[in-house]
Design a protein around this ligand. Structure first.
Ligand SMILES: [Cu+2]
Length: 377
């Protein structure tokens, strides 16, 4: 192997070779490489951190904020919760009815679609049992037979479902068309305050527009009291004048009010008169269709509580236990008993204050109170 001698010879000019450009220097390459690797690692770790902190990225369903998903609120009349009582306001009688006489109760309930006032200045079309919202409170005893004739005088199909009954859904609770009637017979086998409601789909639309009520079946050992009242809690869904409320409003739980016995702040406008130290029983039912209730009377303590068929608390001569609220989900009910120790005003609410602030508020007047004028139901 030969080589050209000239090519191996050192150049005549023996000055040092020119240094490479900075980007070609080994140290530069080392740092560029290190920084690149660190950057890639940082990006990867960031993505990983976001992934584990964001359940949605793992495939879990996470609700977006309500403001992004909620359907726009359908139209409806506005309720003024600070409005004064309308002139000549007449509250629905809050007294619980006496048990019906005898043991067989033949009654007729007409389905009537009509305009009702539900708050000061707010009237709208409602679907009703018997022309009122809530429908009439029925009452009997364990073992009684109820034979209810439902007559549909409305413009669309309706039905009735008595929670106090044990009967086949497809037989007794079927939808009847306008002009038709149906006889619904059952024996009240259990004690309690039971919801009844229209069960025609979409059920929430029929309950939300007024088709609900209560049937009380007395426990056999019900103690005597001085006053017995009934409070049915429900939501109000307002509609434009002359219309019934929209279904989407109900499906989205966008109620406009929460009320006792069908009218905003009804017993604030017409306080209920009792006397100090009298025993008071209030039957309470949550007719929904969707909101719960935490029934509370401000300024007293329940010494007896009956909920969903059983006594949770019973007055005894020495019993120290007291109850402050009766908690009810939709279609649950019971009663509370108490007395007022002093003359004065005693508001009652659902202690879910978002609901109390939207109309679920009333007042008891115990004894004479300067400046107050309870109607004396
Ligand atoms: Cu109906």
């Amino acid at each position: 192997m030969t080589s050209e001698t000239g090519s191996e010879r050192q150049p005549v000019d023996a000055s040092p070779p020119p240094s490479p450009p900075p980007w070609d220097r080994p140290q530069f390459r080392f740092w560029v490489g290190t920084i690149s690797v660190v950057s890639i690692l940082a990006v990867f770790l960031s993505v990983f951190a976001i992934a584990i902190s964001h359940p949605a990225d793992k495939g879990t369903t996470v609700a977006a904020p309500a403001s992004e998903t909620a359907a726009p609120t359908p139209a409806g009349q506005k309720i003024d919760f600070n409005a004064d009582a309308p002139g000549g306001f007449a509250a629905r009688d809050p007294k619980a009815p006496e048990p019906l006489p005898g043991t067989v109760h033949k009654l007729t309930l007409d389905v009537i679609e009509k305009e009702l006032e539900i708050a000061p200045g707010v009237k709208q079309m409602m679907w009703t049992f018997g022309g009122t919202v809530p429908g009439p409170v029925l009452r009997g005893k364990v073992g009684d037979t109820f034979e209810i004739t439902l007559v549909n005088k409305g413009t669309l199909g309706h039905s009735i479902d008595f929670h106090a009954s044990k009967v086949a859904w497809n037989v007794s609770m079927k939808t009847i068309e306008p002009g038709e009637s149906l006889v619904y017979t059952f024996v009240a086998k259990h004690a309690g305050i039971f919801m009844y409601h229209c069960g025609t789909p979409p059920v929430i639309h029929h309950i939300g527009n007024g088709m609900y009520g209560a049937l009380i079946v007395d426990p056999p050992d019900l103690a005597p009291v001085d006053h017995e009242f009934v409070m049915l809690q429900s939501e109000l869904y307002t509609a434009p004048k002359g219309e019934v409320a929209d279904l989407p409003k109900m499906l989205n739980e966008q109620w406009d009010g929460v009320v006792f016995n069908g009218y905003v702040n009804q017993y604030k406008y017409a306080p209920i008169r009792v006397e100090p130290n009298q025993r008071v029983r209030i039957w309470v039912l949550d007719d929904g269709p969707s909101e719960n209730s935490s029934f509370h009377v401000i300024g007293t303590i329940f010494d007896t509580v009956f909920k969903e068929g059983a006594y949770l608390l019973r007055r005894t001569s020495v019993g120290p236990g007291g109850s402050q609220a009766l908690d009810l989900q939709p279609a649950q009910g019971g009663f509370v008993e108490f007395s007022f120790d002093e003359a004065g005003l005693y508001p009652f609410v659902t202690h879910k204050f978002a609901s109390a602030s939207k109309g679920a508020l009333g007042v008891f007047q115990a004894g004479d109170v300067a400046g107050a004028s309870a109607a004396g139901h």
